[in-house]
Ligand binder design. Sequence first.
Ligand SMILES: Nc1ccn([C@@H]2O[C@H](COP(=O)(O)OP(=O)(O)OP(=O)(O)O)[C@@H](O)[C@H]2O)c(=O)n1
Ligand SMILES: C[C@](O)(CO)[C@H](O)COP(=O)(O)O
Length: 232
Amino acid sequence: MVKYKVIVLAAGQGKRMNVGKNKQFIQLIDEPLIVHTVRNFVEDDWCESIIIVLHEQDKDEMLKLFNQYPWCNQLEFVTGGKERQDSSYSGLINIQANPEDVVMIHDGARPFLRLDHLHELATIAKQKQAALLAVQVTDTIKQKTEKGLQTLDRAMLWAAQTPQAFQYQTIKKAHQLAREEEYFGTDDASLVERYGKGIQVQIVEGSYENVKLTTPDDILRAEMIVKKRGVK
Ligand SMILES: Nc1ccn([C@@H]2O[C@H](COP(=O)(O)OP(=O)(O)OP(=O)(O)O)[C@@H](O)[C@H]2O)c(=O)n1
Ligand SMILES: C[C@](O)(CO)[C@H](O)COP(=O)(O)O
């Protein structure tokens, strides 16, 4: 068993979801989205601590929500920042971790995880310093350039998901270097790819069910997945 700590990012605004509030509070059949997400970690005995990064304006509602659950005392809450990367960094500087501890960073908006994937990620991150869940791209991807369209080799393309798992020292250093350069990536692994000095980020093949709820169309699909997985 490789113990890990997790930072769950929930400090976004959900602009593309456009429901007039942070999408983390959307009710997915039996529970709000953020509760579905956090439950994955509460129920995993490899997970030894959970930090939720929230937006200052959501603090009261989020605390009230989690207070209803007997496992609320397992959670810590910190405030996020303007960009997703700022929120990850806030989690990283507030977490209590030793340099070689495994720390996962996960989108609060991805509620459908599998224990076997979490365990594989933790095991690989401990050995190789960095790993992420990803799935092979199923569409044909075109790159538009000044010279026209080019079709990329799909066999080499992976769609990045979260969780992404790292040794603490590796991801904290990568974030610090990114901040110095004011570089922003769209995920945490991209910072290790850029600043990790030879560290090869490993892919753990994930599941197409590990969707991120981004636009209103994603809600129906998510509700179908909740029903399939079984309502608590
Ligand atoms: N400043 C930010 C931005 C995003 N996130 C979190 O990062 C995850 C992935 O981001 P995304 O799906 O883009 O969420 P939002 O930023 O909320 O959505 P949008 O970009 O449509 O506003 C979400 O769980 C979101 O809460 C965060 O913690 N802090
Ligand atoms: C981290 C991520 O979920 C991996 O797919 C994604 O990059 C987040 O991007 P977004 O622009 O915040 O949706």
